[in-house]
Design a protein around this ligand. Structure first.
Ligand SMILES: NC(=O)c1ccc[n+]([C@@H]2O[C@H](COP(=O)([O-])OP(=O)(O)OC[C@H]3O[C@@H](n4cnc5c(N)ncnc54)[C@H](O)[C@@H]3O)[C@@H](O)[C@H]2O)c1
Length: 459
């Protein structure tokens, strides 16, 4: 079959895999190849057991795989045949050297740029989809043009991805906006039109925003910083509510009705997680510091500090309410994914909460419908001090307390009467997601401690 255009995506992770599956479904005349250095990941993408869990993704991959969507480790061949290359590799926080703990580690991006340069023998549009610091395009461009070979031309485009895990398919199919940043040159404009042509298959024109490359790069960091800021803001208020007897859910509802504020992202939680928020804010902090804007840096860093504090307070409240002692007590952590709808546990609040509970010498058992394999890896250093089960009834059997850390839908529909019968007394439920009916649980006999509200206990 001959295709109009050939797209290569380097990086077969959450973003690369999900976004390219949508591209393939929406643009049947484009050949889409997703390449990665990780053979195991590619094998998984080519199997019935995809390497990531995302609702609806498997069905789409099954529909287009082998037709116009292909997964491979042959990056060189992919570079050679493609017209457009999306870069979707990971950009974690640097753990060493200058900027350690804050700056983005760009070694993966740089390796990809050098690989493209090595194998490209025709003009390419190189699209940054990974989240990267402002002005990375400049560095990529310098590497790509470093050979002095004027025959092959590269245009760098910034097209950050705004999908959210757990709703990635819907986010891609119905985006609030698509952001495309290009150089303001005739070549830049031509490249921009090529990317617009892809999205125009299903996205309305007025939702496609075009900017300079730098504005686009910065906008992605800022979007995540603003989202995380809302979580930390409502979480700070949830602590005040717990201390004063106000109800954080009522406060959120009251302020969310103000359309200047809006109702979304105002849910108190044990803390935000996910691979992006923390690293992107720290990256923003690092950029501000490097321009000597220290007050700007401190302002945004406080969003991360508040998040750490929230996790700490969650555990301290558990310990305090359980008579200042959880040593040897079986505690069932319901949920480990950083949010419901995904098996991803990167930076999940559950990791720190679990570690703190283990340090308090609790007998911890973890249950999650999708994230147990990742949870085991995250807590590998605590082997023997924590157990895992997919069955929430088994997890809570003999427990002194349940702590709900991920608001999985299924936790709302469990038989809590049955669970109560198998637990130690007094039986506690710490509802970190406010997903359960506190009154009904109290009537069963539980002591109920919802986040951001006063507790329903019997003393
Ligand atoms: N996960 C999200 O929700 C999300 C949302 C928006 C943006 N982003 C951004 O998108 C980027 C990717 O995130 P992700 O969650 O998909 O990461 P991921 O870790 O799931 O996937 C990255 C993939 O890149 C591969 N890779 C690394 N170096 C490579 C190389 N040299 N050649 C080929 N493959 C290579 C890795 O093997 C891995 O499979 C990050 O910059 C992230 O900040 C993520």
């Amino acid at each position: 079959m001959s295709f109009n255009k050939k797209i290569l995506c380097i990086g077969a992770g959450y973003v690369g895999g999900s976004s390219m599956a949508i591209f393939a479904r929406k643009c049947p005349e484009y050949k889409i190849t997703v390449a990665d250095i990780n053979q195991e990941r590619i094998d998984a993408w080519n199997s019935d057991n995809l390497p990531i869990y995302e609702p609806g993704l498997y069905e789409i991959v099954k529909e287009v795989r082998g037709k116009n969507l292909f997964f491979t480790i042959d990056i060189a061949a992919g570079v050679k045949e493609s017209d457009i290359i999306f870069v979707c590799v990971n950009t974690p926080t640097k753990t060493f050297g200058a900027g350690a703990g804050k700056a983005a580690d760009l070694q993966y991006i740089e390796k990809v740029a050098r690989l493209i340069l090595k194998h490209a023998d025709s003009d390419k549009i190189v699209v940054e989809k990974s989240t990267i610091p402002v002005k990375t395009a400049e560095a990529i461009s310098e590497i790509l043009h470093s050979s002095g070979d004027k025959k092959v031309k590269f245009q760098i485009v910034s097209n950050p991805e705004f999908l959210s895990e757990g709703s990635a398919i819907n986010d891609m199919e119905n985006p609030d906006r698509v952001l495309i940043g290009t150089e303001e040159t005739p070549e830049g404009e031509k490249a921009r039109d090529e990317i617009i042509a892809i999205y125009s298959h299903w996205v309305q024109k007025d939702k496609i925003i075009t900017t300079s490359v730098w504005s686009s790069e910065l906008s992605k960091l800022v979007a995540n910083a603003f989202l995380a800021q809302r979580v930390s803001s409502i979480n700070s208020i949830s602590l005040l509510c717990e201390a004063t007897g106000a109800n954080a859910l009522e406060v959120a509802r009251a302020i969310g009705k103000d359309n200047r504020i809006g109702a979304k992202f105002l849910k108190p939680s044990p803390g935000f997680g996910g691979s992006c928020f923390k690293k992107d804010i720290l990256n923003l902090v690092y950029i501000a510091q490097s321009y000597n804007l220290n007050e700007v840096a401190d302002y945004w860093e406080s969003v991360v500090l508040m998040n750490e504090y929230q996790k700490d307070c969650f555990v301290k409240r558990m310990v305090r309410i359980m008579f200042n002692n959880i040593t040897g007590k079986r505690i069932a952590l319901f949920g480990f994914a950083f949010k419901s709808g995904t098996g991803d546990t990167r930076e999940s609040a559950a990791i720190d909460i679990a570690k703190k509970l283990i340090e308090e010498k609790a007998d911890l058992v973890i249950t999650d419908p999708k994230a147990l394999a990742n949870a085991k890896e995250d807590l590998a250093e605590y082997k023997g001090k924590v157990s895992f089960t997919a069955d929430p009834y088994q997890a809570s059997c003999g427990a002194h307390a349940i702590a709900i850390v991920t608001g999985w839908e299924e936790y709302k529909n469990l038989d809590y009467k049955k669970i109560y019968e198998t637990m130690e007394r007094p039986a506690f439920i710490f509802d970190g997601c406010n997903c359960l009916d506190s009154g009904a649980l109290y009537d069963i006999g539980f002591n109920v401690v919802p986040l951001g509200r006063g507790e329903l206990v019997r003393w």
